[in-house]
Ligand binder design. Structure first.
Ligand SMILES: [Fe+2]
Length: 467
């Protein structure tokens, strides 16, 4: 006999308490609240044969993208494998998908979770895990389209519908469909005001459209909905800091960094990525971040010898360069080169993107800006292969532009900035960079005009949207 969950999906257990705990853990997971693992562990302590509990636990641990959790992930996969005679079709497929992830084949895992959704379109766990994988794999179109495949099987009366809208909003945003993304994201937040992923999707729209006042208002007005007891809060703080950085408000950025992005030493990889990226953006602007690099480099130093995801490695490299740790940077590069020789998803990521990015950052650290340009320029069309969002990968574009300016390659800087202004005409920072490129080319009136545009755009103004 089996029970069915809130979305009418069969779960092979007869233990109502176990299913209730799974529902509770799922609710925490979908809203990124703390701590779904603790809840599912309670269920498994009382009911060790609860196979879907093990599959759930494996999926959640895999999303950390942190090898320190690999032993626990393996424990869950092994436990589920040992119970496979009791598992139903969907649970066996969850097990296979988690196993593929554990084995380093995220692309296959992604296909397997996606396959579950064809037959069980209301499997919100499979949808979220596949969505996170699409993010890690840099598959922008699938961030949108995988969610679109299931929307016909959902409506507002199915529990968790808001989360589906929120995921769809993020996919639409990553595909540049900003108006629909915002509309979907706002609908998701109306359904569930405490959905940090949906709030984040709208924040991305405002970031991409450089709607700085709207973005600050959107995140600050509903901060109480996303900042408490939430494993994703650090990232929404990071987005809030980005708006302030765009306006050149470095003090405000550092205050947010110290209070909320990295208030204490955290060795959680996803938090370390955002901390490193924010410090690197400040570093590119020549802003002194004091001793902050030391703390984040210390955290990366505990991870560098088991690099398993090129996107993480690139951020570790920023920290080592920022903190002046040449030896650690060289060691990390050697590890990433080794990863690039391996099969599996990360082998591809390291080969295609990780190695050249780490070399480019290392060259930037040495002041060899021409080499940074040579390495980063060809990467622009393929950088998505190592995952992340457009907003996160924008760091590579900013590094490339800064390197071109410092290498005095004024024609290239001019071309890259023309591209940037087409994408972000309202960006004060883009206009500041244009001014520097015009200075470099000896165009004084052009530089003055661009500086004027930057100053005017950076001035705080009222939000235009009713957030
Ligand atoms: Fe984001």
């Amino acid at each position: 006999m089996t029970l069915r969950d809130k979305r009418d999906i069969p779960v092979s257990t007869t233990n109502r308490a176990s299913l209730d705990r799974l529902e509770q853990a799922s609710e925490l997971l979908h809203g990124y609240f703390n701590d779904p693992i603790a809840v599912i562990d309670q269920a498994l302590a009382e009911d060790p044969d609860f196979v879907m509990g093990h599959c759930f636990r494996a999926g959640v641990l895999a999303t950390t993208s942190d090898k320190q959790f690999e032993p626990e992930l393996r424990r869950s996969v092994d436990a589920a494998r040992g119970l496979s005679a009791k598992a139903n079709d969907r649970e066996l497929r969850h097990l296979a998908a988690a196993e593929a992830w554990l084995d380093g084949d995220m692309a296959r895992s992604n296909q397997l979770y996606g396959g579950i959704l064809v037959d069980y379109p209301r499997d919100l766990l499979a949808l979220q895990l596949a969505h996170v994988e699409d993010f890690f794999l840099g598959q922008s179109s699938m961030l949108r389209d995988r969610v679109a495949r299931v929307t016909g099987d959902w409506d507002k009366d199915v529990p968790g519908y808001g989360y589906v809208l929120g995921m769809h909003a993020f996919g639409l945003e990553e595909m540049g469909d900003y108006a629909r993304a915002e509309e979907r994201g706002r609908a998701a937040v109306a359904q569930n005001p405490r959905d940090p992923w949906a709030i984040h999707a709208v924040a991305h729209v405002m970031e991409m459209q450089t709607r700085l006042a709207d973005g600050v208002q959107w995140l600050t007005e509903r901060a109480d909905d996303w900042r408490h007891d939430n494993g994703f809060a650090f990232h929404n703080w990071w987005h809030l800091a980005l708006y302030h950085l765009e306006r050149g408000e470095a003090d405000r950025v550092l205050a947010i960094y110290d209070a909320s992005i990295r208030p204490t030493r955290s060795d959680m990889v996803l938090e370390m990525i955002d901390a490193s990226a924010m410090l690197w953006r400040l570093h590119l602007r020549g802003i002194d971040v004091g001793s902050r690099w030391r703390s984040i480099a210390d955290s990366w130093a505990t991870k560098a010898d088991y690099a398993n995801y090129a996107f993480n490695d690139a951020h570790a490299m920023m920290a080592f360069i920022g903190d002046g740790r040449r030896a650690a940077a060289d060691e990390l590069l050697a590890t990433v080169v080794k990863s690039a020789a391996q099969s599996g998803t990360n082998g591809m990521m390291a080969r295609d993107v990780g190695v050249p990015v780490c070399r480019a950052l290392s060259a930037f650290g040495r002041g060899d800006y021409a080499t940074t340009v040579d390495l980063l320029l060809p990467l622009r069309p393929i950088a998505h292969r190592f995952g992340g969002s457009h907003a996160q990968r924008d760091l590579l574009s900013l590094t490339l532009i800064e390197a071109a300016l410092r290498a005095k390659q004024d024609r290239l800087a001019r071309a890259l900035l023309s591209e940037r202004i087409e994408l972000k005409p309202q960006s004060p920072f883009a206009w500041e960079l244009v001014a520097r490129a015009r200075d470099l080319a000896g165009d004084k009136p052009g530089a003055t005009q661009a500086r004027g545009a930057a100053q005017s755009l950076a001035r705080p103004r009222p939000a235009r949207a009713s957030a």
